[in-house]
Design a protein around this ligand. Sequence first.
Ligand SMILES: NC(=O)c1ccc[n+]([C@@H]2O[C@H](COP(=O)([O-])OP(=O)(O)OC[C@H]3O[C@@H](n4cnc5c(N)ncnc54)[C@H](O)[C@@H]3O)[C@@H](O)[C@H]2O)c1
Length: 340
Amino acid sequence: MTTPVRFGVVGLGEIYQLAHHLAFQRAAGLEAVVVCDLDQDVATRTAQSLGAEAGTDYRRLLDDERIQAVDLVLPHHLHYKIAREFLEAGKHVLIEKPMTVGAADARELVALAADKGLKFTVNENTRFVPAYQATLDAVTSGEVGDVTLVRTLISGNEFGRLGNPSLWKGRQDGSGGGTIIDAGAHSFYLLKWMFGEVASLRALSERLVDVSQVEDWSVVAGRMRSGALFSVESTFTSGGPWNERLEVHGTEGLIVVDQHQNPPAMIFRGKRDHAGSPLPGTTYEPGTWKYNSIAAGVESFARSIADDEPTAVSPEDGAYAVHVIELAYQSVASGSAVTA
Ligand SMILES: NC(=O)c1ccc[n+]([C@@H]2O[C@H](COP(=O)([O-])OP(=O)(O)OC[C@H]3O[C@@H](n4cnc5c(N)ncnc54)[C@H](O)[C@@H]3O)[C@@H](O)[C@H]2O)c1
């Protein structure tokens, strides 16, 4: 049996509790040594459930020699600063999306980790969703022909958090933006992972939640370098549960992934295939697919450290998503198309 990779965790809020915690509970190849949050009660409760130590000051983890790696699950404006401190301290770093708020910061962290021989990447959970993996397999084996249009829709219910001005989510200085950075981080990574680089784009955004400072609806559309078109739409004012939809249109067929549909991934082969067929290996898990994919991302990162293999999510692709996010905000500000 291999020795578990020893982690410190910083940030024990909503998505830690719903998703990352599963990985530390399962403890398959990893273990939480110290868990840290500004909120002492949350830290204590979480630590007790894992048999770990609790902390409120992440700086105490920097020179803790028991800790090999950190899982950072923090508000966006802290990503760059805290990831950098841990890389400087010689720890492997897994960070939640978006890698950073600015693309230059993301590139700097990727270079710093490479210089130091450390693993560093973003915990981009789309990479671990079985329906997306099955989609990539089908596209790569030519099942839809040449891809003509990739369309994503992410819809979430963030009325509560955007409506509370004291929280980071709805503040420009906390999140760095709204749907484009927050949901777009997933879609722009997915586009790069599956279909390559963006050539040009145009972006639109709107805000419905008055007290928030950030956009809660956006569409970013354009052309990939492959020649395919894309459209990435996101909203945070959907009363339903979080959902992600992906359509891949090709010259020979269509794939539709929708976590609210059962089965979640269908392929339609040709003009007359109205019924379609499920893509293999995808199961209907509307309430848990996202959390399981996030926990799988933590476990995969631990394996990449244990085996000294490249991370499944390439850090360059994580940084590239931030680059596209920046281009999209440039397009919103200028009202024109932007060439990548
Ligand atoms: N992969 C996904 O699908 C997914 C889903 C939701 C959120 N996220 C990402 O996860 C991150 C966290 O989001 P969240 O919704 O859990 O936010 P959250 O506000 O619920 O949790 C953040 C936690 O960080 C703690 N914190 C803040 N500053 C700290 C510090 N200096 N030291 C220690 N703890 C500190 C807060 O007390 C809070 O508990 C964000 O990057 C977000 O975009 C990813």
